[in-house]
Design a binder for this molecule. Structure first.
Ligand SMILES: [Ca+2]
Ligand SMILES: [Ca+2]
Length: 313
């Protein structure tokens, strides 16, 4: 809120208090409720401003991280702390930052120069999660620009027969939740898949092996078993993150696996920030995606969802 607007908000709160005091006990109940409603909407607005303040704090944390060590990102850095919590007068802000490059970028299965390896990785993830392999062609068809069905896939023609009829995206996704619309997708399947997927605007964006979950590490090659992924996670913890992709590929746990040196990295440029803000007893929720420039650390909010209650904060 700009200073002047803040001043106006403060004067308005003071007026509400003054009016309530003057009217005292003689106030008619209807008027009383009207004032309460007014006060609540002011408090809601204050909570929303705190949430936006939380986003600004997240930007500062991410910028400080870049200044300290631009070439390497891991879950051992301050931005990844689970207790980013700030108290203000009458309220508080809770911030949870997640590296979106710790997930598989679904846009890579149909765009960019690494389509084949990206499809293989999503296929491996589906297999490890015990999900039907035809989710891959369905995801590919949903995102790719053509109307030609992959074997086992589904294009516009198949969706026009659904209720309500709709069409495929035919372009890169901005939010992976759009895949909830896939033919035959159900809540249970989507709940299993969702934690491991993201939709980033640049299909060249690699997976950060330092923030990837065990499931995503296991998806990197058919040669990596879930047990091996757990071993890799333990080594990664002891190192506080691998210094380079080569250091990861040379990990003894990967000996003989020939994991392709494609689409992997140790640096991140896309973060999801989930915020819960409170002012008095009013809450506001904000989810923002922040892009951090890999060369100069500049930060840019690329999406902002205010008001949606989110898990994880
Ligand atoms: Ca298509
Ligand atoms: Ca297609």
């Amino acid at each position: 809120m700009r200073r002047r607007q803040r001043g106006v908000a403060l004067i308005t709160i003071m007026l509400v208090v003054a009016v309530a005091t003057i009217l005292g006990v003689e106030i008619a109940s209807e008027q009383h409720f009207a004032i309460l409603r007014g006060a609540h909407s002011l408090e809601d607005e204050q909570a929303r401003q705190y949430a936006l303040g939380g986003e600004e704090l997240a930007r500062q944390v991410l910028h400080a991280d870049f200044v300290k060590q631009p070439g390497k990102d891991s879950n051992f850095e301050p931005w990844a702390a689970k207790d980013l919590h700030y108290e203000f007068e009458g309220g508080e802000v809770l911030i949870h930052i997640e590296d979106l490059q710790g997930r598989l970028n679904v846009n890579r299965v149909a765009y960019g120069n690494e389509i084949a390896i990206s499809r293989a990785r999503l296929q491996k993830l589906l297999a490890d999660l015990g999900l039907d392999p035809t989710w891959l062609p369905k995801i590919v068809d949903w995102i790719d620009a053509d109307e030609a069905r992959e074997p086992g896939g589904a294009e516009d023609f198949d969706y026009l027969g659904t209720t309500p009829p709709h069409r495929t995206a035919g372009t890169m996704l901005t939010d992976p939740s759009e895949l909830r619309m896939l033919l035959d997708m159900d809540n249970e399947t989507w709940a299993k898949l969702r934690p491991y997927l993201t939709a980033l605007p640049d299909p060249a964006t690699p997976v950060n092996i330092n923030t990837a979950s065990a499931e995503v590490l296991a998806s990197l090659s058919t040669a990596i078993t879930p047990q091996m992924a757990e071993t890799l996670m333990a080594t990664r913890d002891s190192l506080e993150g691998y210094d380079s992709v080569n250091a990861f590929l040379q990990d003894p746990a990967l000996a003989g696996t020939a994991v392709p040196n494609t689409g992997l990295g140790v640096q991140s440029g896309f973060f999801e920030v989930r915020i819960r803000a409170r002012f008095n007893d009013r809450f506001a929720y904000l989810t923002s995606v922040i892009q951090r420039n890999l060369t100069d650390g500049r930060l840019r909010v690329i999406s902002r969802d205010l008001g949606k209650r989110v898990a994880g904060v």
